[in-house]
Design a binder for this molecule. Structure first.
Ligand SMILES: *[C@@H]1O[C@H](CO)[C@@H](O)[C@H](O)[C@H]1NC(C)=O
Ligand SMILES: *[C@@H]1O[C@H](CO)[C@@H](O)[C@H](O)[C@H]1NC(C)=O
Length: 149
């Protein structure tokens, strides 16, 4: 299943969910969670354009300057249903993936536990890096998760 298929599947799951999320909105973690997307592309290239959204929140199109930290905060819902995804455009390249879908690993399917209250992404020339904890080294690293398509 590719990512867009996964999103459609996830949205369908939300739509048919018997739980009314607007009535059941609570923070189940201490303090709000944050997602950071930092533009680490070379400053002499064309601007990065991104568009992030969740099911009921559209963060709009934005073009972060080089080294700018585009970030937002949110409360996790009971049952961990929050899912933010972003589209990215740079040169003729396009990429799209979930930037947040899990409070413990930032995105579902990752095994590296995140002890921070934020998920930090860097957009680089060679792809998209997520800050992840390495259990062996007891340290955080920026790991390449997605290439530019
Ligand atoms: C998060 O974004 C705000 C603007 O919305 C900015 O002022 C702030 O510096 C950013 N946070 C970090 C850690 O850069
Ligand atoms: C964690 O660090 C060790 C030692 O540098 C390395 O061998 C291992 O591949 C890393 N694990 C992950 C999941 O990145």
């Amino acid at each position: 299943m590719n990512l867009s298929m996964f999103n459609i599947f996830f949205f369908l799951l939300l739509l048919i969910s018997p739980l009314d999320l607007s009535l059941a909105r609570h923070c189940v973690v201490e303090g709000p969670l944050q997602v950071h997307i930092i533009n680490k592309l070379p400053p002499n290239g064309p601007p990065l354009k991104l568009h992030c959204a969740a099911k009921d929140t559209d963060l709009g199109e934005y073009s972060p300057a080089p080294d700018e930290d585009f970030n937002w905060s949110f409360c996790e819902l009971i049952g961990f249903r929050t899912l933010y995804y972003c589209h990215f455009w740079w040169y003729s390249k396009v990429q799209m993936f979930d930037v947040y879908s899990d409070p413990y690993t930032c995105i579902k399917g990752q095994t590296a536990f995140n002890f921070l209250e934020y998920c930090k992404w860097e957009v680089r020339e060679n792809g998209f890096f997520l800050e992840q904890y390495n259990e062996t080294e007891k340290a955080y690293h920026m790991n390449l998760l997605y290439d530019w398509s």
